[in-house]
Structure formats: C-alpha cells, structure tokens
Design a protein around this ligand. Structure first.
Ligand SMILES: Nc1ncnc2c1ncn2[C@@H]1O[C@H](COP(=O)(O)OP(=O)(O)OP(=O)(O)O)[C@@H](O)[C@H]1O
Ligand SMILES: [Mg+2]
Length: 177
C-alpha cells in the first residue's frame, strides 16, 4: 500500500496516477469520490464523523480487501496527521501488505500557483481554497518524519487507545477491518 501524503496542490493525485500505473495498483483518490457524492464543500472536512470520514472509512475497507487479495493500493487521501498514517501502516501490515509513505513536499509559492491554476482550469475537480486557508493548513500539516518514510517502527496509539484498529474505527466510523 502506498500512502500519498501532502498538502493541496502538492501533486498527490498526479503521483498517485503514476504509482497506480507502474504498480498495477487500485488508486483510491478520496476527493474524486467526495466531489461526486457530496460536492466540493470544504466544511465536510471539519466535522469529525462527517461526510469526509465516513467516505474515507469505506474506501479504507475496500483498500484492505484488495490488499488481502494481493493487490496493490494507492491511497490518495491527503493524510495530514501522523496518527492517520500510523493507523494505516498498522492496518496494511495486518492485511499482510507492506506500506510505503510517499511524501510530496511543496513550497508555498508553488502550491498557491498550482491551486490558482487548477481553480481556473478545472473548478469542478477541486475545492475552493483561499490564501488564508493555505497558511492555516501549512501550520496544521504534520510532515512525515524519517521513521515513517523509511518504514520504521509504528508508534503506539495515542493515550487512551488500546490499539490502532480501535483508533481507526473511531476516526473513520464506517471502516470495517
Ligand atoms: N511534478 C509536477 N510538476 C508540475 N506540475 C505538477 C506536478 N505535479 C502536479 N502538478 C500540477 O499541479 C496541480 C496540482 O496537482 P495535483 O492535483 O496532483 O495535486 P494534489 O496534491 O492532488 O492536490 P489536492 O490535494 O488539492 O487534490 C495540477 O494542475 C497538476 O497538473
Ligand atoms: Mg488530489
């Protein structure tokens, strides 16, 4: 399983398409599903347990089924949080698959130029994003560390959680593991 990680405009979907072609993998791009099912409403991301997390939960279940059948999967979700990535690395391993974090850093000027270009050329394929959003998101984003990029040890779940599956079922309410 490939976890494609980066901010909006980092080039995740572009890379995910390349990886899927090269590895004959199933590509699951959450934004494509989100926009076709719910529209491009940015507020959906802000509600824990809301549309975005319900959707990702179902896609994760599909991903795990595919991994158990021996297929490769590319998850193109954003995956800003280390806990999300740790949970998915754990779940991939439990499905008998290896997992690679593919991080696409992007500097702010390039990011904004790409977002503006995409908004102008393909507004139906993206979410509306302002310069203030970009600044806030750059603060919130947790860049993968060396251990994640090297496939090192998976950290323990956050305090209060017994296991990563338990954490995952809370974060992505519709995922069946
Ligand atoms: N390596 C690259 N070189 C030049 N342009 C690129 C590169 N990767 C992506 N782009 C362009 O930048 C824009 C954003 O790329 P892409 O849609 O892949 O980003 P993304 O990370 O998936 O963004 P989002 O999180 O908003 O979906 C697109 O117009 C794409 O064609
Ligand atoms: Mg994308």
């Amino acid at each position: 399983m490939f976890l494609v990680v980066g901010l909006p405009g980092a080039g995740k979907t572009t890379r995910a398409e390349e990886l899927a072609a090269a590895a004959h993998a199933l590509r699951l791009t959450a934004d494509e599903w989100h926009i076709s099912l719910f529209g491009n409403v940015i507020g959906d991301f802000q509600r824990p347990g809301g549309e975005r997390w319900v959707l990702e939960g179902r896609l994760i279940s599909v991903a795990l089924q595919a991994l158990r059948r021996g297929m490769s999967v590319v998850l193109d979700f954003g995956l800003w949080g280390r806990d999300e990535r740790s949970a998915l690395r754990w779940l991939a391993r439990s499905a008998g698959a290896s997992c690679q974090v593919v991080y696409l850093p992007v500097d702010k000027d390039l990011q904004i130029a790409r977002i503006v270009h995409r908004q102008a050329t393909a507004p139906d394929e993206t979410f509306p994003m302002s310069a203030a959003d970009v600044d806030r998101w750059r603060e919130q984003f947790q860049a993968p560390d060396a251990a994640e990029l090297d496939g090192g040890e998976i950290p323990a779940p956050p305090p209060g959680w017994q296991s990563w599956p338990e954490w995952a079922e809370d974060h992505w309410p519709t995922c069946t593991l």
